[in-house]
Design a protein around this ligand. Structure first.
Ligand SMILES: Cc1cc2nc3c(=O)[nH]c(=O)nc-3n(C[C@H](O)[C@H](O)[C@H](O)COP(=O)(O)O)c2cc1C
Length: 138
């Protein structure tokens, strides 16, 4: 099974989750500046909420996918809203790429809010989530 991890993180919060997920999956955590080069069964895709959307780099990455992707598993951090799921789902739908209904989302530090998040517990939970996703995949 081919597993890949890509993420975009301006401040390092989403990167913490990407590293925890990639470690659990035994693959490198790469940024969205690195396109997929082979067909991929599971793509863990990480993003953060900025001004109620995702960064253009995430959009460009998704729009540029030119290999077959079995499904995308979303993970994200945000200060207020739940996650980037709906935005990413919309972008993936344009490419006919399926998205797992499960996602991992947690708070990310922003200004004086959520200091230290994602914290150790968030990172452990992200790793456990990734393992569960991989186990449910035949
Ligand atoms: C410019 C900017 C805009 C943001 N806008 C939102 C927002 O609209 N809604 C929200 O829930 N969080 C918002 N946040 C908080 C980020 O989603 C949160 O800090 C996230 O963890 C940042 O992830 P990163 O460190 O991986 O870039 C914003 C943060 C920044 C820096």
């Amino acid at each position: 099974m081919k597993v890949e991890v890509r993420y975009y993180s301006r401040g390092g919060n989403t990167e913490k989750l990407a590293r925890a997920i990639a470690d659990a999956a035994g693959v490198p955590a790469l940024t969205v500046s690195e396109p997929l080069t082979e067909d991929t069964d599971i793509l863990f895709l990480g993003s953060a909420v900025y001004a109620a959307g995702v960064d253009d780099e995430v959009k460009k990455f998704i729009q540029g996918i030119d290999v077959k992707v079995g499904r995308v598993v979303n993970f994200s951090t945000a200060a207020f809203i739940k996650s980037t799921y709906k935005t990413v789902e919309r972008l993936l739908r344009e490419k006919d790429i399926p998205m797992d209904p499960e996602e991992f989302a947690c708070r990310g530090a922003f200004a004086f809010l959520h200091k230290g998040r994602p914290d150790e517990a968030d990172q452990k939970a992200a790793a456990a989530f990734a393992k569960r996703i991989l186990e449910k995949t035949p």
